[in-house]
Design a protein. Structure first.
Length: 334
């Protein structure tokens, strides 16, 4: 801690040059210390013994006393924006308080609150307030910028949970690299925020689904908007799938129908569509296809239509049902 003494004044006993670092004086006890170290140096003003003007930047200087021995002061010359100069014997050396040593009477908080005031110690180093002295009301929001906050200074312990809101986090700032895997839990994601639009298909894998979850995949094996009444070639054998959908229609413009079946190794499918004929008459169009294990060909087996008039049924030849799409379905349990 720096030494401060009231009326601590001595005189030089010999001439000193502007480069001298040892100043002989007539006494030392006024400074109150017999030993000075780098931990407790002090500043003095050296001024002429006589003159018409008081001490100023032209005729005086400030020196830093770093040691005392015998009747000599060990000094660093030209301190506090002053210039080292030569002095005659009898020059006055006096301890003083300088602008750099001043601390506001209003205390540290006042200094923090006033942007025009900068507190410094005797060596010109800034005086920083204690953490307990800084209040949010004393720091303008506009004064806080990312450039003024070191990344290492930001920790979860320094940010209250209640202060973290979506409005304070830019969407562009949220990336997977900034979110720890262990931080993502179902409890932290509202159900209403999970939509298919927010999950890319490629990100959905069986490994990412909880055990017991069953997923379904659909593969289009054949697609012809106009439909066909004959043999059909599909892209994969039907027995590779758990279920198969057949989309079909008739030549009378009846909307597409759908039937789903379990294909097995060898099976046939019978498709039928009723078609009103008027005067209590209904026509039933029917057609059959069959396939074998490993084959990609659906073979046409036959077709006809039945005319139903009241309780009378008559079978007529005809080929009216068309298959327009075949879809293979697989179920995967995780």
């Amino acid at each position: 801690m720096a030494i401060v003494r009231n009326l601590a004044t001595v005189k030089t006993t010999a001439d000193i040059t502007s480069s001298a670092t040892s100043i002989p004086v007539n006494r030392l006890n006024v400074f109150g210390e017999s030993q000075i170290t780098l931990d407790n140096p002090f500043y003095v003003t050296i001024m002429p013994a006589s003159g018409d003007e008081p001490a100023n930047l032209v005729n005086s200087e400030i020196a830093l006393v770093t040691g005392m021995s015998g009747l000599n002061l060990t000094v660093v010359r030209g301190q506090r924006d002053t210039t080292a100069r030569a002095f005659s014997a009898g020059a006055i050396v006096t301890m003083g308080i300088y602008a750099e040593d001043a601390v506001l009477n209003s205390g540290v908080k006042s200094g923090v609150n006033n942007a025009q005031t900068e507190l410094r110690d005797k060596d010109g180093n800034p005086i920083y307030p204690k953490v307990s002295d800084v209040e949010s009301s004393q720091i303008a929001d506009s004064a806080v910028t990312t450039a003024k906050i070191a990344g290492s200074a930001v920790t979860t312990a320094k940010i209250a949970d209640s202060n973290v809101t979506t409005a304070k986090i830019a969407d562009s700032a949220v990336t997977t690299a900034k979110i720890g895997g262990s931080a993502v839990t179902t409890a932290k994601i509202a159900d209403k925020n999970v939509t298919t639009a927010k999950i890319a298909d490629k990100n959905v894998t069986t490994a990412k689904l909880a055990s017991g979850i069953v997923t379904m995949t659909r593969t289009v094996l054949y697609n012809n908007a106009s439909g066909t009444t004959g043999n059909i070639t599909v892209s994969q054998a039907l027995n590779k799938f758990d279920e198969v959908e057949f989309w079909f229609m008739d030549s009378n413009g009846t909307p597409s129908q759908l039937i789903r079946t379990i294909p097995g190794d060898a099976l046939a499918i019978v498709l039928d569509i009723p078609h009103p004929g008027g005067s209590n008459t209904v026509y039933w169009n029917l057609a059959r296809w069959y396939w074998t294990a490993g084959s990609t060909t659906l073979n046409k087996w036959g077709s006809h239509y039945e005319k139903v008039l009241g309780t009378t049924v008559s079978t007529q030849s005809g080929d009216h049902i068309k298959i327009r799409k075949v879809v293979g379905i697989k179920f995967v349990s995780n």
